[in-house]
Design a protein around this ligand. Sequence first.
Ligand code: ZN
Length: 283
Amino acid sequence: MLICDTHAHYDDEAFDQDRELLLGSELKAGGVEFVVNMGASMEGARASAAYARRYPKHGPENGAGTCVVMYAGCGIHPDDTGVFEGKETTSGLRYAHPDDVMQELRNLCGQEGVVCVGEIGLDYHWMVETKEVQQKWFREQMRLAYELQLPINVHSRDAAQDTFDLIRENYDAGRFTGGVIHCYSGSLELAREYVKMGYLIGVGGVVTFKNAKTLKKVVQEIPPEFLVTETDCPYLAPEPHRGKRNDSRNIRYVIEAIAALKEMDTDTCAQVLQENALSVYRI
Ligand SMILES: [Zn+2]
């Protein structure tokens, strides 16, 4: 089965003990073709770009084809948008001006193997930053994506309508660059609107949960060409590993669930899902 992960966080401390082993051999041995590591903070964006440098498709590390291929997303998660407002990050980074944050993101996004601006969006669950701050920097990072002609990877929690409205505004302004609505949790109606614009729907472990009725409906109704697989690891492990640390190998359960919902052959489904991931990130 072809496995690809369009949204992962291997820079998370949950992988501190065995990251080298996972990226260096175990993921590949488990059938994972490639992973897009998503930056959420500036530290995460730097780490993601570094993985893409270390594990490129044709790099020396991959000479024997034993390590997974890594790509990166660089962006600032809504919870971390305070960095644009002069707040110090957890590791002590502080920028004098928001342009300095943007410039570093621009530089990172220009590096080999960085394939999208992400993860960016809105999170009204934790409300670490005000709606106004989150919205401002979501808009600005979508502008950056347009400037660099990169797709976006979007985080949205308890903010489905506002996320949609801002993406629509960006689209209507002629700044569509494609992308993925990651870990989709909205309605079927909104999913259809995203697909009409040309965005893809990111599906992860949640699709295997019994109570995920709306997401299952979305997967059933949206054409397979508009779906991509992801983990959001270390979070959101699918059944039968729910609650444990997640990694990209578990995407096989996600593919099986999608194939069953769409009444497709599993390998054919995996093939389509991988083609979607390659094309949205222009890999
Ligand atoms: Zn994430």
